[in-house]
Design a protein around this ligand. Structure first.
Ligand code: PLP
Ligand code: SF4
Length: 449
């Protein structure tokens, strides 16, 4: 089993020997989907995480390989037909299907981009008072791509959709001007795709100058699942551990925001070793993931995942509701079902695992928790709660929506009463997204990684 990174994409995935049992037709359909949706997996995943006796149902196969059902049949057949012919026509068709799938529309990235002395700073997002997101330009890809990822627009070469920066100086300037910011969340893509010396270059001035009110540094990553060698035997893994120590020695708290989608990702000796090493340097690992049909839509899976995290010394953090983008509908689950999955897992784990919060929707106006389903006067309601908001006063406030068994997102819901309408300021504009009108203030969201 190789420990040297080998990526597989639509060009070379036929080399994966385990795929050779699939029929030519299935492979062709997968290849067609991979033309439209970004596809990248690697040898650690194919050799250690996928149970090849269980495909196509295997969760890690679903998570990293294109599935024919991710496109509608008409689009799929059209791509297959064009694959035999004119490349220009094929590319046009592909782009058309991609745009239909609701990538981050151009322009919206600009909107959340803060300015410093009147100049826009690319690669920084500041949505919640205490936390700034930083997207280092060289961290905008991943060791493998999740098939549901709404960041996919960044990977398919639509240049103007790309958020990035090279300038950590600008970041420092921004943090100095905003002393209320306590947290810096370095995200992507996956920042752990960067070599240690590059990450170090981004961080060393921050460690030296301790800008503004900065106290906590978080790094969002899926590398523990997709390439744990990043923390153990890669050539600059030791140097990365040293850097983690330097961050902590400089007086910052360091949290690795790990993205674990399924318990199988936590079972290999490689990931166990990686977790041990990170924790031994004084960093904390917090875990989060969306809940997704075909992958982890089962309370037992979440129970196992949270329990394992605690046993390994990690802290369960967020369960996210998957957002409607990319392969439309394929991963969607009704809020009602998601709430049941969360509750049934939550009520069977130790209190140590009940640090998990969710199910949470990342919306334009904040993170909204489905906190309960209740009946009053024989009417059913969702109890919702802001757990993060642009308007800090909204945080920890509950509000009610009319119960709807098929709703998958906040914009499928209606306020229960006039007073709850206060909490739905975004709803009307938001709904226009579906008929192609782009909401000006529609937000980019934070990676699950
Ligand atoms: C979730 C999120 C954060 C971090 O929020 P916490 O609740 O502090 O983890 C920061 N910025 C954005 C845009 C987010 O979506
Ligand atoms: S969810 Fe994270 S790791 Fe997965 S493709 Fe998106 S950015 Fe990469």
């Amino acid at each position: 089993m190789g420990t040297k990174f080998k990526a597989y994409s639509s060009n070379n995935f036929h080399d994966i020997k385990q795929l050779q049992n699939l029929s030519a037709g299935t492979l062709l359909r997968m290849e067609a989907v991979a033309k439209v949706l970004p596809f990248r997996t690697n040898n650690y995943i194919t050799d250690n995480l996928i149970n090849w006796n269980n495909i196509p149902n295997d969760p890690m196969f679903q998570l990293t390989f294109p599935q024919p059902e991710m496109l509608n049949d008409i689009d799929l057949q059209r791509v297959i037909r064009l694959m035999k012919g004119d490349k220009v026509k094929l590319d046009l068709e592909i782009r058309k299907i991609q745009m239909k799938m609701n990538p981050q529309p151009a322009g919206q990235l600009e909107l959340n981009t803060p300015s410093l002395e009147g100049t826009k700073i690319k690669g920084i997002q500041h949505k919640y008072m205490e936390t700034v997101l930083f997207f280092p330009e060289q961290g905008q890809t991943c060791h493998a791509y999740c098939t549901y990822c709404f960041r996919w627009a960044q990977f398919i070469g639509i240049d103007e959709l790309k958020m990035a920066t090279r300038e950590s100086q600008e970041l420092i300037g921004y943090l100095n001007e905003h002393p209320k910011v306590t947290d810096l969340l370095i995200t992507g893509g996956d920042p752990m795709i960067m070599k240690t010396k590059v990450i170090r270059r981004y961080l060393e001035d921050i460690l030296k100058s301790k800008p503004g009110g900065l106290k906590n540094i978080r790094i969002g990553t899926k590398a523990l699942s997709y390439w744990p060698y990043r923390f153990t035997i890669d050539e600059d893994a030791d140097d990365l551990m040293l850097l983690f120590e330097e961050i902590i020695d400089a007086g910052f708290h360091l949290t690795i925001m790990a993205h674990f989608t399924h318990p199988v990702e936590m079972d290999t000796p490689q990931v166990k070793e990686a977790v041990k090493r990170i924790i031994s340097r004084g960093a904390i690992i917090r875990c989060q993931s969306p809940v997704l049909r075909h992958i982890n839509d089962d309370a037992d899976i979440w129970m196992e995942m949270w329990s394992k995290q605690v046993t390994m010394g990690m802290i369960p953090y967020y369960m996210f509701v998957a957002r409607d983008t990319g392969p439309k509908g394929y991963f969607n689950l009704p809020l009602d079902e998601v709430y049941e999955i969360f509750s049934s897992a939550f009520n069977r784990v130790s209190g140590l695992a009940r640090t998990a919060r969710g199910p949470s929707m990342s919306t334009k106006s904040g993170k909204i928790l489905v906190d309960g389903i209740m009946t009053s006067n024989s009417k059913k309601y969702f109890v919702l709660k802001y757990i993060q908001s642009r308007t800090p006063e909204l945080v920890n406030r509950v509000f009610l929506a009319k119960y709807n068994p098929v709703a998958v997102w906040i914009d499928d819901l209606e306020p229960a009463s006039k007073s709850d309408e206060l909490f739905f300021p975004f709803m009307k504009q938001h709904m226009q997204l579906d008929n192609g009108t782009l909401d000006d203030d529609f937000d980019d969201e934070y990676a699950f990684a």
